[in-house]
Design a binder for this molecule. Sequence first.
Ligand code: ADP
Ligand code: MG
Length: 511
Amino acid sequence: MATCGSDCCSNGSIFDEKSISCDKTTRVLEGCMPLPIPDDVLKEIVPKAKDFALLHGAGMRYRDRYDADKLEFAPFFLLPSAFPKREFERVVKIQPLINILMHRVAHDHEFLESTLKNTVRVDSFTARLWDIYTTVRKEGVTQGLSLGLVRSDVMLTKCHAGCCELCQTPPYVTAHQVEVNTIASGFGHLGPISGSIHRYVLGELRRPELLHHLPENGALSGLCGGMVSAWKHYKNPKAVILFVIEDITYNICDQRFHEYEIRRQRPDIHVIRRNLTEISQRGTLTNDKRLIIDGDEVAVVYFRAGYEPGQYHTEAEWEARLTIERSKAIKCPSIQYHLAGTKKVQQELARPGMLKRFLSDSEADHVRQLFTGLYTLDRDEEGDKAVKMALESPERFVLKPQREGGGNNVYGKEIKDVLEKIKDSVEREAFILMDRIRPPIQQNYLIRPHMPVSLAEVVSELGIFGAVIGDDKDILLNEYAGHMLRTKLSSVNEGGVAAGLGALDSVFLFD
Ligand code: ADP
Ligand code: MG
């Protein structure tokens, strides 16, 4: 075991070091069992695991040859990934504070306005969202309640020696937040079902004594419970829940299981699914602002689309979004919640002292510990400093535009190329800069359709769900609502499962 000799490396019981240079070290996390698994065992277990995944809805539509009559299993890892219990419990405990934070940010007009004023000048998508927000704000509130089904994504990282008490005690890594999603936070079904795959696999591997390391995961019931709760607040037993969907839904299992869970919880609630184009053609508002689609009054609008520019083909889809926002329906998210989830807001919240605008001192301290370095790229002295820093050591950062859905960030050398082009123009204000998190590596078997099984070096990202309902004065519901784990090859920058770069996983807690 090699260590840098500092406090942070003084006890490495769960780690092996790949390098002794502390700043650049990538630690290796031991998995749930010794690897590799013998070939004959693997040969037997992999087909069983694939069948389990398919038969329990861990599926996706074919990406390159879409066929509505066919599914394939979503890529997944054969074994659960090790995650320190202390950090898991810490982020679960903090989630209600994140919910409160996002809810209060969404309802703080001055904060949103001052935070996003530069962004809306240069980023046309955020500007369109801002237009809708200001339009409905001027017209007056028709529905005070919002439903937030948020997901705070974190990765483990090794802190620098002595930076906080967490990095000086086992497990010597801490969870740092990648982002908070306030729109279309997926994997409420695929998260828990990945845990089920792993329970089955550990059972088939005759290791039932390991099962207690896999935590319960009530994501599907928690998120759908949030929608049912919002539906009840609307107080019309005949009204439906509307899922706003993409034109083609590849991640169909995740969405359908939400429908089935709502039906399980409340057989009397009907879910309808429409894309923004259909809503523009068939959605209307009554004089008292009830949203009607194909004869159904809508109580709750759950957006699984509408978070990226490509989902608005023409003005008609923007009109549909405005119609929804003007309506009495309870939105998940409402437009102000959508804005609260922008990367610019995340960066402003990380400013020293800023969290105390929204949380008590001790609450702010807990949330603050999740943050990693975030830097404005606005055209001022502070922004100039960040540009200089990124140009000098681009490998230490991630450059992020105001986009959701994966595949938009800039890494490594490319940061230099992009910044060289925009550093003297207003365009740079459309981005934020963030410290790059370097999570510990572990090994796992990646299982993909039509591909050989491979033992890979991987890193994980944990998503913690929260459900919150409230208005500008009160919060009526505030809960931790389960979790999900996505894992990707350590060699890739981003690992979206739907994009084929990451795979489903679940957590194996260790002390
Ligand atoms: P999006 O809204 O597109 O999901 P994210 O901020 O979540 O944007 O970034 C997408 C992915 O990029 C993350 O899931 C993660 O794999 C990677 N990523 C983002 N920020 C960081 C970071 N600071 N350090 C390391 N990886 C990151
Ligand atoms: Mg993300």
